[in-house]
Design a binder for this molecule. Sequence first.
Ligand SMILES: [Zn+2]
Length: 146
Amino acid sequence: MKCPACGHTNMADKIMDETLSYGGQSLTLHGMKGDFCPECGEGVWDEESYRRYTEAQSALVRATKEDVSADIRRIRKSLKLTQTELSEVVGIGKVAFSRYERGETRPPAPLVKLLKLVERHPDLLAEMSPSKFPRNEPHSPKRATR
Ligand SMILES: [Zn+2]
């Protein structure tokens, strides 16, 4: 078989382990068969291995989504906020937020990081939304209004 990447004609049959990574999780497939190019390293899985690869890939994507959505729900509950309240604090639509929580849409990574930060430092909520979460410490003097 000819290498699809460099055209080298002597691709070698190989059995190897392939590790897939997605969203901080990884999964290793053992005994994957394919033809591999000794020149450039390009590989072509056989039919069975390719099917296993694509199945593992979508399982990994699914698992990661569920994981993140469970994280979001857990964080929100630990903050004792409704979806509407938390979505307002972080400044995203509540429809989008509920999709993230149900795992229908993958939330943007910065949002997940932000929520994890807030989970560890709940007092940040007051910084993010002073009107909703008034701080206990005295406010700085305000200018008098007429
Ligand atoms: Zn090649």
